[in-house]
Design a protein around this ligand. Sequence first.
Ligand code: HSE
Length: 313
Amino acid sequence: MKVSVKVPATSANIGPGFDCMGLALPLYNTVTIEETVLPGTGVEINVISESEAVSAMSIEHIPLDENSLAYKAVELLYNSIGQTPGELKITIKSQIPIARGLGSSSSVVVGSLIAANELLGRPADDAALLSIACELEGHPDNITPAITGGLVITSQEEDGSVVYRKLNWPEEWAITVCIPDFELSTDIARSVLPKEVPMKDAIFNTKRLGMFIQAVNTKDSELMRYALQDRLHQPYRIKLIQGLEDIINNLRHIENVLGCVISGAGSSILVISEKNNLDNIKSVVKETWENQNIKCIIKTMSIEQSGAKIVED
Ligand code: HSE
């Protein structure tokens, strides 16, 4: 039996929603798991690039054995019902660039879990899959939108359950995804964060997260411009993303820009704007990075409203 699952990329945080807000984007990884008949072959894992954004070099570093995230996800699900995986072939067709804050790991975890669940006759329901995926990957703000699609606010609670709600992104606003040619590992991006933050910075964010939700619900661009700021992670990470400070300064002159935020832990960034002047926004980001010898891919994207789904492959 063979099952393929197509999972969207995601962008977490989106300014003030550090570790609790995320959205799905129309770039996909497709995970196929096949039970093979030949005994003793163990697990075979292949990663195939389906996009210029996923370079052969970045794929080279992905483990292709029992240490891979895909296999760990499959093993966890089998073990949860007292089984061990047999001979499996796992293929990941990848459009989501690696280590750029676009949920590449989450997509692999989600795709592998859903495929394994299907192979096992669906022992886990949707809530259990969400909870297991968050537990394994550690970032509900990536995992939840990968499973549900859309823009979500989400939290994994101490008992493992995940609380989330979808929000409706206004049609009038554009999301321009800017992907530089350098990677940034989440571990490094988290290692620069302090263990504690000043109370005034926590308050700065709670005010803005509340305003973000109201701005989205009422399509209030002025309020969104106020809301799209952060003091919990961006100030600490900005130095890890070459050119970001200049990009933010250069975008200030474009009237319809509502904010520029780090996508997840970086290195990609999102420019959120009204839907005019998009070419201008793209050239400002491109030129700023190119002046620093950084190549990039820049695309305006709509939020992907569908989450992970089983597909024919
Ligand atoms: N919210 C997490 C972070 C996302 O910013 O570290 C990691 O993918």
